[in-house]
Design a protein. Structure first.
Length: 240
Protein backbone atom coordinates (compact mmCIF):
# COMPACT_ATOMS: atom_id res chain seq x y z
CA UNK A 1 0.00 0.00 0.00
CA UNK A 2 3.06 2.25 -0.06
CA UNK A 3 1.88 4.12 -3.17
CA UNK A 4 -1.68 4.59 -1.93
CA UNK A 5 -2.59 8.27 -2.06
CA UNK A 6 -4.37 10.27 0.62
CA UNK A 7 -6.00 13.37 -0.87
CA UNK A 8 -7.40 15.82 1.68
CA UNK A 9 -10.24 17.82 0.16
CA UNK A 10 -10.59 21.58 0.07
CA UNK A 11 -13.91 22.83 -1.30
CA UNK A 12 -13.91 26.52 -2.15
CA UNK A 13 -16.90 28.83 -1.88
CA UNK A 14 -16.55 32.61 -1.96
CA UNK A 15 -12.90 32.38 -0.97
CA UNK A 16 -13.48 30.10 2.01
CA UNK A 17 -12.89 26.41 2.70
CA UNK A 18 -16.26 24.75 3.23
CA UNK A 19 -17.84 21.31 3.33
CA UNK A 20 -21.21 20.52 1.81
CA UNK A 21 -23.73 17.87 2.77
CA UNK A 22 -24.51 15.63 -0.23
CA UNK A 23 -23.51 18.43 -2.60
CA UNK A 24 -26.11 20.89 -1.32
CA UNK A 25 -24.64 24.38 -1.71
CA UNK A 26 -26.93 25.81 0.97
CA UNK A 27 -25.87 23.22 3.55
CA UNK A 28 -22.26 24.07 4.23
CA UNK A 29 -19.88 24.60 7.12
CA UNK A 30 -17.11 27.22 6.91
CA UNK A 31 -13.68 25.91 7.85
CA UNK A 32 -11.73 29.10 7.30
CA UNK A 33 -8.87 30.30 5.13
CA UNK A 34 -8.16 27.73 2.38
CA UNK A 35 -4.47 28.69 2.16
CA UNK A 36 -4.02 27.97 5.85
CA UNK A 37 -6.03 24.75 5.55
CA UNK A 38 -3.80 23.61 2.67
CA UNK A 39 -0.65 24.51 4.61
CA UNK A 40 -1.83 22.41 7.56
CA UNK A 41 -2.49 19.40 5.32
CA UNK A 42 0.95 19.71 3.71
CA UNK A 43 2.62 20.09 7.10
CA UNK A 44 0.93 16.83 8.13
CA UNK A 45 2.56 15.06 5.18
CA UNK A 46 -0.01 15.27 2.38
CA UNK A 47 1.50 14.91 -1.10
CA UNK A 48 -1.78 15.61 -2.89
CA UNK A 49 -4.63 18.06 -2.39
CA UNK A 50 -8.08 17.65 -3.94
CA UNK A 51 -9.55 21.10 -4.60
CA UNK A 52 -13.11 21.72 -5.76
CA UNK A 53 -14.09 25.19 -6.97
CA UNK A 54 -17.75 25.14 -6.00
CA UNK A 55 -18.40 28.61 -7.36
CA UNK A 56 -17.16 27.54 -10.80
CA UNK A 57 -19.09 24.28 -10.60
CA UNK A 58 -22.36 26.09 -9.84
CA UNK A 59 -21.76 28.96 -12.27
CA UNK A 60 -21.31 31.59 -9.55
CA UNK A 61 -17.85 32.87 -10.50
CA UNK A 62 -14.57 31.20 -9.60
CA UNK A 63 -11.72 31.05 -7.09
CA UNK A 64 -8.93 30.86 -9.67
CA UNK A 65 -6.52 33.31 -8.05
CA UNK A 66 -6.92 31.60 -4.71
CA UNK A 67 -6.24 28.21 -6.31
CA UNK A 68 -3.09 29.59 -7.94
CA UNK A 69 -1.93 30.74 -4.51
CA UNK A 70 -2.62 27.36 -2.93
CA UNK A 71 -0.79 25.52 -5.72
CA UNK A 72 2.22 27.82 -5.49
CA UNK A 73 2.50 27.95 -1.71
CA UNK A 74 1.70 24.32 -0.97
CA UNK A 75 4.21 22.94 -3.49
CA UNK A 76 2.44 19.57 -3.70
CA UNK A 77 0.35 17.97 -6.44
CA UNK A 78 -3.16 19.38 -6.77
CA UNK A 79 -6.16 17.68 -8.35
CA UNK A 80 -8.68 20.34 -9.39
CA UNK A 81 -12.42 20.00 -10.03
CA UNK A 82 -15.27 22.35 -10.75
CA UNK A 83 -16.69 24.15 -13.76
CA UNK A 84 -14.57 22.54 -16.50
CA UNK A 85 -16.92 22.79 -19.46
CA UNK A 86 -14.95 24.04 -22.46
CA UNK A 87 -11.51 24.88 -23.82
CA UNK A 88 -11.29 28.20 -21.97
CA UNK A 89 -12.21 26.84 -18.54
CA UNK A 90 -9.84 23.92 -19.03
CA UNK A 91 -7.01 26.22 -20.08
CA UNK A 92 -7.60 28.44 -17.04
CA UNK A 93 -7.66 25.43 -14.71
CA UNK A 94 -4.40 24.00 -16.04
CA UNK A 95 -2.83 27.47 -15.85
CA UNK A 96 -3.18 27.37 -12.05
CA UNK A 97 -0.33 24.86 -12.02
CA UNK A 98 -2.41 21.92 -10.85
CA UNK A 99 -1.16 18.41 -11.59
CA UNK A 100 -4.45 17.24 -13.07
CA UNK A 101 -8.06 18.24 -13.49
CA UNK A 102 -11.28 16.30 -13.13
CA UNK A 103 -13.94 16.56 -15.79
CA UNK A 104 -17.45 16.10 -14.45
CA UNK A 105 -20.65 16.98 -16.25
CA UNK A 106 -18.86 17.83 -19.50
CA UNK A 107 -17.34 14.35 -19.73
CA UNK A 108 -20.86 12.90 -19.74
CA UNK A 109 -22.80 15.53 -21.68
CA UNK A 110 -20.11 16.48 -24.23
CA UNK A 111 -18.39 13.23 -25.21
CA UNK A 112 -16.74 14.64 -28.35
CA UNK A 113 -15.06 17.48 -26.46
CA UNK A 114 -14.01 15.24 -23.57
CA UNK A 115 -12.50 12.70 -26.00
CA UNK A 116 -10.51 15.52 -27.62
CA UNK A 117 -9.06 16.88 -24.38
CA UNK A 118 -8.30 13.39 -23.10
CA UNK A 119 -6.34 12.80 -26.30
CA UNK A 120 -4.60 16.18 -26.02
CA UNK A 121 -3.70 16.14 -22.30
CA UNK A 122 -3.53 12.45 -21.36
CA UNK A 123 -2.82 11.89 -17.69
CA UNK A 124 -3.61 15.49 -16.76
CA UNK A 125 -7.28 14.63 -17.30
CA UNK A 126 -9.31 12.46 -14.92
CA UNK A 127 -13.06 11.98 -15.05
CA UNK A 128 -15.27 12.30 -12.01
CA UNK A 129 -18.04 9.70 -11.93
CA UNK A 130 -20.69 10.76 -9.42
CA UNK A 131 -23.37 8.14 -8.88
CA UNK A 132 -26.40 7.03 -6.93
CA UNK A 133 -26.52 3.28 -7.19
CA UNK A 134 -25.17 2.80 -10.72
CA UNK A 135 -26.82 5.94 -12.12
CA UNK A 136 -24.60 8.88 -12.99
CA UNK A 137 -25.50 12.33 -11.72
CA UNK A 138 -24.51 15.64 -13.30
CA UNK A 139 -24.95 19.40 -12.85
CA UNK A 140 -24.20 19.46 -9.16
CA UNK A 141 -25.81 16.05 -8.66
CA UNK A 142 -29.22 17.46 -9.66
CA UNK A 143 -29.74 15.47 -12.89
CA UNK A 144 -29.32 11.83 -13.89
CA UNK A 145 -27.24 10.82 -16.90
CA UNK A 146 -27.28 7.10 -17.54
CA UNK A 147 -25.38 4.04 -16.39
CA UNK A 148 -21.88 4.37 -14.95
CA UNK A 149 -20.58 1.29 -16.75
CA UNK A 150 -21.78 2.52 -20.14
CA UNK A 151 -19.88 5.76 -19.50
CA UNK A 152 -16.72 3.93 -18.44
CA UNK A 153 -16.86 1.77 -21.58
CA UNK A 154 -16.92 4.90 -23.73
CA UNK A 155 -14.28 6.73 -21.71
CA UNK A 156 -11.95 3.73 -21.62
CA UNK A 157 -12.25 3.55 -25.39
CA UNK A 158 -11.04 7.14 -25.84
CA UNK A 159 -8.11 6.69 -23.45
CA UNK A 160 -9.25 8.20 -20.15
CA UNK A 161 -6.39 7.84 -17.66
CA UNK A 162 -8.27 7.52 -14.34
CA UNK A 163 -11.59 7.97 -12.59
CA UNK A 164 -12.69 9.67 -9.38
CA UNK A 165 -15.69 7.66 -8.15
CA UNK A 166 -18.11 9.28 -5.71
CA UNK A 167 -21.22 7.75 -4.22
CA UNK A 168 -23.13 11.00 -3.81
CA UNK A 169 -25.49 9.48 -1.26
CA UNK A 170 -22.44 9.07 0.99
CA UNK A 171 -20.63 12.36 0.39
CA UNK A 172 -20.44 14.57 3.45
CA UNK A 173 -22.49 12.11 5.52
CA UNK A 174 -19.78 10.27 7.48
CA UNK A 175 -21.72 7.05 6.81
CA UNK A 176 -18.79 5.06 5.44
CA UNK A 177 -17.60 4.47 1.86
CA UNK A 178 -19.39 2.31 -0.70
CA UNK A 179 -16.83 -0.48 -0.95
CA UNK A 180 -19.08 -2.61 -3.14
CA UNK A 181 -19.30 0.14 -5.76
CA UNK A 182 -15.55 0.65 -5.69
CA UNK A 183 -14.95 -3.06 -6.22
CA UNK A 184 -17.45 -3.19 -9.09
CA UNK A 185 -15.87 -0.26 -10.90
CA UNK A 186 -12.33 -1.49 -10.27
CA UNK A 187 -13.19 -4.89 -11.71
CA UNK A 188 -14.81 -3.29 -14.75
CA UNK A 189 -11.90 -1.08 -15.84
CA UNK A 190 -8.13 -1.43 -15.84
CA UNK A 191 -7.71 2.29 -15.16
CA UNK A 192 -6.79 3.53 -11.65
CA UNK A 193 -9.55 4.87 -9.42
CA UNK A 194 -9.66 7.50 -6.71
CA UNK A 195 -12.34 6.77 -4.11
CA UNK A 196 -14.51 9.57 -2.73
CA UNK A 197 -17.41 9.93 -0.35
CA UNK A 198 -18.42 8.71 3.08
CA UNK A 199 -15.10 8.20 4.87
CA UNK A 200 -15.85 8.61 8.58
CA UNK A 201 -13.05 6.89 10.47
CA UNK A 202 -9.53 5.63 10.05
CA UNK A 203 -10.80 2.08 9.57
CA UNK A 204 -12.58 3.25 6.39
CA UNK A 205 -9.31 4.47 4.93
CA UNK A 206 -7.66 1.16 5.78
CA UNK A 207 -10.50 -0.83 4.18
CA UNK A 208 -10.25 1.16 0.94
CA UNK A 209 -6.47 0.75 0.90
CA UNK A 210 -6.92 -3.02 1.25
CA UNK A 211 -8.45 -3.12 -2.24
CA UNK A 212 -5.66 -1.08 -3.78
CA UNK A 213 -4.61 -4.23 -5.63
CA UNK A 214 -7.84 -3.96 -7.65
CA UNK A 215 -6.80 -0.55 -8.94
CA UNK A 216 -7.91 1.83 -6.19
CA UNK A 217 -4.95 4.21 -6.05
CA UNK A 218 -6.16 6.68 -3.44
CA UNK A 219 -8.95 8.18 -1.39
CA UNK A 220 -10.29 11.72 -1.01
CA UNK A 221 -11.02 12.63 2.60
CA UNK A 222 -13.06 15.65 3.61
CA UNK A 223 -15.49 16.03 6.47
CA UNK A 224 -13.89 13.37 8.69
CA UNK A 225 -10.66 15.37 8.76
CA UNK A 226 -12.37 18.70 9.36
CA UNK A 227 -14.40 17.27 12.23
CA UNK A 228 -11.33 15.75 13.86
CA UNK A 229 -12.28 12.07 13.46
CA UNK A 230 -8.62 11.43 12.60
CA UNK A 231 -5.71 13.38 11.13
CA UNK A 232 -4.04 13.32 7.75
CA UNK A 233 -0.85 12.18 9.47
CA UNK A 234 -2.71 9.22 10.99
CA UNK A 235 -4.25 8.36 7.61
CA UNK A 236 -0.86 8.39 5.92
CA UNK A 237 0.64 6.12 8.58
CA UNK A 238 -2.30 3.73 8.33
CA UNK A 239 -1.68 2.94 4.65
CA UNK A 240 2.11 2.55 4.74
Amino acid sequence: MNNFQILPAIDLKAGRAVRLYQGNLTENIDYGDPVAVAANFVAAGAKWLHIVDLDAAFGRGNNRKLIETIVKESDVAVELSGGLRDDESLKNALATGCARVNLGTAAIENPEWSAKVIADFGGKIAVGLDVRGHVLTTRGWTETAGDIFDAITRLDRVGCARYVVTDVSKDGTLLGPNLELLREVAEFTTNPIIASGGVSKLADVIEIAKIANLGIEGVIIGKAIYEGRFTIAEALVSVR
